[in-house]
Design a protein around this ligand. Sequence first.
Ligand SMILES: [Ca+2]
Ligand SMILES: [Ca+2]
Length: 306
Amino acid sequence: MRARQSGIALITALLVLALAVVLAAALTQDGAMSLRRTENLLHHAQAKIYLQGAEDWARVVLARDKHDVDHLGEAWALPLPSVPVEGGEISGNLIDLQGRFNLNAMLKTDNTLDPIMQQRLRCILGKAGNESPEAALDALADWQDADSEVRPQGAEDEVYRGRPHPYRAGNQSLQAQKELLLIQGFSAEQVRALRPWVAALPPSASLNLNTAPLEVLSCLDESGDASLWETFVAEREKTPLKDVNELLGKPPFEGRVNTQGLGVNSKVYLLEAEAQVGRTRLRRYSMLLVDEQGLVRVWSRFQESL
Ligand SMILES: [Ca+2]
Ligand SMILES: [Ca+2]
């Protein structure tokens, strides 16, 4: 009987010990998790401060620049290489958004498509692999105009209401390039291809001949002949245009390019900055606007964790 009692006591003692070990392990795990959570929060906050620093850097660089002429040899165009900072690193670069075709410069005040802009965008859409650019142009115009009248190949509310996750047509200028994903006739693949070539800018923003990529430039004349523009791109590196009319003074372009909507300077830029602290990686996109007084304002900002 005594042996049985001491056996039960031993089992009870072992059970209590096992319970204590489980509890202690759980507490330690909780502590480690909470420590990790706190560490992540701190890293996140620190990375955000670094991104703010990058944004301030970009604003200073743009404010120091003269914006009568803007070209890729200027200080703003130099990328900020990956710089080590306490606990991680930061990098960034400024992109001239006026080097991209302005999607909001397509509609005239009477809601018809501007033929010059239409021709340019049709050509750019073709380069992005769009096989029905006319339909995409109609849908884009319907998306932007205030009315709900459907153009021949366009789309208004009724089309978008019928989608698995229904929504309405924007009926205003595009706020961001990625809004194209919502518009009929634009596939995700095409929107990705279009990214370096088009932007959603204030309607009056012109296209900067000194910064536009070859794909966009070669859509400025009907021929779409890229070889003429390859020479131009090589030349502009050494001698950027000071005036749009200088382009027409170059023999291959004389009488072939309409200078409507073209310029040699820029007031709208995009900062792409990335900060890494510990396991945290953040990327920020800031659209920066240079106003008439040369002051630089943040127009919009988007941040994502990588
Ligand atoms: Ca400049
Ligand atoms: Ca509409």
